[in-house]
Design a protein. Sequence first.
Length: 242
Amino acid sequence: MLALWFHGLSLAAVLLGLGCAVILVIDVVRYPQPMGIMNVVWPVTALFGTVGILWLYFFYSRSAHNEMRHDMHEHGVHGINRKRFPVIVGEGTLHCGSGCVIGDIAAECLAFFFPQLAIWFGWHWFFADKMYAVWVFDFVLAFGLGVLFQYFAIAPMRKLSLREGLAAALEADALSLIAWQIGMYGFMAFVQFRVFGHFLGAPATVDTVEFWFAMQLAMVVGFVASYPVNWWLIRSGIKAEM
């Protein structure tokens, strides 16, 4: 009975995330974000943040950008960013995490369909459990994409070369990416071994909605873990506002 109830909840949560992502894809196509990479960030983060991301996007981000465009149209000057600092930090954290989300999804799916990848990252010869090897693959891919996302935010704005842009991206996001992944993997370990292991009899696999529901929750934990790091990075000027 518990397994059936949890399956229904997991399915509803995953479908909600997909639905919210579709809504944001449609909206950013109609109203592109001033910073191009954010057109990817919003739909991707809606996969786990669902209605919370919709609320942040429509009531804070898009309305603030509309005000900035209005300032430019009416007064001929660049608009002032009127978003509150906690919202700015939230957007910066989502920008950091979106690369992690894509990397984690891609790594989990690739390792599921191509188990050889897990062997390359330690399964059998270093880890007895495939899950740990996949987590290493997750981290490498997620970290790399996270840095790349920051590069596409920084390099065009500062007109940096590839080398300079990557160095700046690493400086701006390395700590926040690590914090996100630690929070996410810590939660996934707890759910897989303590919750699923106890109530479902075994860890959830990639081909189940229970796994992806757990990943949604884990990404929320990753956001919470990374938020204070991004607060410090942005407040200290190491990381630019979105």
